[in-house]
Design a protein around this ligand. Structure first.
Ligand code: AMP
Length: 418
């Protein structure tokens, strides 16, 4: 299917062309036609699927073809996102997609001074992209009027719930007119999500695109069994290789991320960290320099990285295993985007081993364990699966270590080390 067949107006077709989009992605093909006819949309799709254009195009078309853009502009479309980075990214997309429409848009989020945001709002915008906290803050101060909103978007709704924005969302929903078009996008559809979407959407068309598994197929996944204390040396060893052109390294804690950046600097590997303790300016600068290719290594925590649209990440490195199994999928989805090849490297200490089998159950795939590397844990032989064990590995469990046998595979998993 082509963009023309979606019945988009010329300014949008031109924008799609300018972006180099040859054809709509699956989510765009499914969501745009019903959205253009005014239906509410419940979309199950992740970042990387082209979901932003799936709501931005119909909204831009609606605003462009109805109402005038002269005189004072009331906010007619409101897009809510969980994080500042995603908000900035979505606003950038609206800017690009709406370049020929004459519509104005701006973005508001916390962590930066509000004055420039207030000035932009005062000048009048048709489309507002916002994180919930700052939006309510500015609304309370009287800088925002949501009474003319015709289109409401909740982007990454599951993430908003995870981050505790449910009350904020309810409050905001009560501030916009009932008579409106609502777009609700989420990577997962849990019962909480369905309850919330049920309250916000009216007879929505449900569209979903291939779950992460299809993305994962293009990603080479390898696990390195390494002691915690050797992880940094292993990371340095990898980053000294030239083929790692752009690496996104995931660390569990903010302090951990800062520490890794400092230590990489000592090995003359420039890296930048992105996490919620950094100022918005620092985060933007880090992201920008990574996107431009000036910094080869970006060290991030899960929250900071979620939803970021960074193209051409050659490698995702899970320096720490993710706290939650589903985060593994979110993390490695940063590579292998839009059909590109990518590699996901996971550092797993024997203590983190149990998580690995949970991840494998989730993605319904075995992840290859690297047989040899300079920092291989001396305990690695014990956590390897039979097919990966070397012939000379002892077959008997280690004395003093407690194991549980995993149902199904029969694998022994150490639960407590001496
Ligand atoms: P999103 O899921 O909206 O964050 O989009 C992910 C990436 O896909 C962005 O870099 C978009 O520029 C790109 N993209 C969106 N739609 C298309 C399309 N129809 N063809 C090619 N790339 C696209």
């Amino acid at each position: 299917m082509s963009f023309e067949e979606l019945n988009l107006i010329a300014p949008l077709l031109e924008a799609a062309k300018k972006q180099g989009y040859a054809a709509p992605t699956a989510i765009q093909e499914k969501a745009i036609p019903p959205a253009l006819s005014g239906r509410d949309v419940l979309g199950c799709a992740q970042t990387g699927t082209g979901k932003t254009a799936a709501f931005a195009f119909p909204i831009l078309q609606r605003l462009h073809t109805t109402g005038s853009t002269n005189g004072k502009r009331p906010i007619r479309a409101l897009v809510l996102t969980p994080t500042r980075e995603l908000a900035a990214q979505v606003a950038e997309s609206f800017h690009a997609y709406g370049a020929n429409t004459g519509l104005r848009q701006t973005v508001v989020y916390g962590g930066v001074g509000q004055d420039p945001q207030v000035r932009a709002l005062t000048r009048g915008v048709d489309i507002l992209v916002a994180t919930p906290g700052r939006l309510l803050d500015l609304w309370q101060q009287g800088f925002i009027n949501l009474k003319s909103v015709e289109a409401l978007v909740l982007d990454e709704a599951d993430r908003m719930l995870d981050m505790g924005f449910i009350q904020d969302i309810r409050r905001i929903a009560a501030l916009v007119p009932r008579q409106r078009q609502t777009f609700f996008f989420s990577a997962t559809l849990s019962s909480d999500i369905l309850r919330l979407s049920g309250n916000l959407l009216h007879n929505p068309v449900e569209v979903s695109v291939a779950p992460p598994a299809t993305t994962i197929d293009q990603i080479e996944q390898i696990v390195y069994i390494v002691e915690k204390r050797d992880k940094l040396s292993l990371l340095t060893y990898f980053l000294e290789k030239k083929e790692i052109t752009r690496a996104l390294v995931f660390i569990k804690t903010k302090h951990g991320a800062d520490r890794v950046v400092r230590q990489l600097h000592r090995s003359s590997i420039p890296a930048k960290a992105i996490h919620s303790n950094k100022s918005q300016k620092d985060r933007e600068r880090a992201l920008d320099s990574f996107k431009k290719g000036e910094t080869r290594v970006l060290v991030a925590t899960d929250i900071a990285a979620r939803g970021l649209d960074i193209d051409d990440v050659s490698h995702v490195v899970n320096f720490d295993m993710p706290n939650e199994v589903k985060n593994y999928v979110h993390r490695i989805g940063r590579t292998g985007r839009m059909g590109a090849a990518g590699t996901a490297i996971t550092f797993c200490s024997p203590e983190e081993w149990a998580l690995l089998s949970d991840i494998e159950s989730l993605i319904r795939q075995r992840i290859t364990i690297a047989p040899e590397h300079p920092y291989r844990s001396s305990r690695a032989y014990w956590v390897e699966r039979p097919e990966e064990k070397k012939a000379n590995n002892p077959a008997a469990p280690l004395p003093g270590v407690t194991y549980k046998r995993k149902r199904g595979s029969g694998r022994l998993i150490p639960t407590r080390w001496v």
